[in-house]
Design a protein around this ligand. Structure first.
Ligand SMILES: NC(=O)c1ccc[n+]([C@@H]2O[C@H](COP(=O)([O-])OP(=O)(O)OC[C@H]3O[C@@H](n4cnc5c(N)ncnc54)[C@H](OP(=O)(O)O)[C@@H]3O)[C@@H](O)[C@H]2O)c1
Length: 266
């Protein structure tokens, strides 16, 4: 269930300025709703303006007096990403919270032998470069202000390789590495940088993965210790916590929100 007006977690996020990239996606829109319910001022971005307008009208229904700006930008393009950041500053003077939540490579048969050099290069230009780009755009000012929260949405394949998600795994592992490195470099400026690792989440992406195969869905549910597929809201709740000062002593961490399905102990 998505966050509704009045569903406050009391995370003291009121009036914080949050930039969410990938805001119109399955997980991104749930994050947007949760942050709106917490009283954040939001800049909601993704590529497609129609989808953003749809999200905007859903938010208006639950937070009519809320403060949201939508801005369509393909952050794979540096100039457009920079304009997006400048729009945040123009609207709200600064950014307190950055959530990176854009889609990664398509799911499919990703045996290494079948992947061209071009496929690898194109993929590196997507989620990996885009997350790093957005982080580098917000960091200088967060450093000056001596405060900031950055949360990167990754995926379990980073730690546990899967032949259908080989490229995603490599890219997400790179993002986790960058997250840890930046936490080490910017902690002294009171900037927390973490990653969230969703497991199987009810979404378009999950539907692509299981391809309406009931047997497969049941076997996934059975493999999850909590015996259910996660919801986008499960992820949004963790991200809201990481965006708040309640998680002030957590940085450089990658937190699984996966119903217990990941098998590695660390
Ligand atoms: N869903 C799952 O089960 C699951 C599990 C593990 C990890 N994850 C990770 O969680 C993240 C979000 O997943 P999701 O299922 O919510 O994805 P989604 O529904 O496909 O949404 C992706 C969002 O990213 C935006 N986007 C894509 N490329 C962009 C670009 N170059 N510039 C700006 N925005 C861009 C899309 O906007 P447009 O539609 O306008 O292009 C959309 O808003 C992904 O990184 C995924 O790997 C998801």
């Amino acid at each position: 269930m998505n966050a509704q007006r009045g569903d406050l977690m009391n995370l003291e996020l009121e009036n914080k300025v949050a930039l969410i990239v990938g805001a119109s996606g399955c997980i991104g829109s749930s994050i947007a709703k949760t942050f709106a319910a917490e009283g954040c001022r939001l800049v909601l971005s993704s590529k497609n303006l129609d989808k953003l307008n749809q999200l905007r009208s859903e938010l208006m229904a639950i937070q009519p007096e809320g403060s949201f700006v939508t801005y369509a930008a393909d952050i794979q393009n540096f100039a457009k990403a920079k304009k997006l950041y400048e729009e945040c500053v123009r609207q709200y003077q600064h950014v307190d919270i950055l959530v990176n939540c854009i889609s990664g490579p398509e799911i499919g048969d990703q045996q290494n032998a079948g992947l061209s050099d071009e496929a690898w290069q194109q993929s590196f230009q997507g989620k990996l470069s885009s997350y790093i780009r957005m982080i580098n755009l917000v960091l200088p000012e967060m450093k000056l202000n001596r405060c900031g929260k950055i949360i990167n949405v990754v995926g379990l394949s980073a730690k546990e390789p899967n032949s259908r998600l080989l490229i995603s795994g490599v890219i997400n592992a790179g993002i986790i590495n960058f997250t840890k490195a930046m936490a080490g470099e910017y902690g002294q400026y009171n900037i927390n940088i973490n990653a969230v690792n969703p497991g199987f989440i009810e979404s378009k992406r999950f539907n692509q993965f299981v391809n309406a195969n009931e047997e497969k869905i049941n076997s996934i549910k059975h493999a999850i210790p909590l015996r259910r597929i996660g919801t986008p809201n499960d992820i949004a709740n963790m991200i809201a916590f990481l965006a708040s000062d309640r998680s002030g002593y957590i940085t450089g961490s990658t937190i699984a929100v996966d119903g217990g399905i990941s098998v590695s102990a660390f």
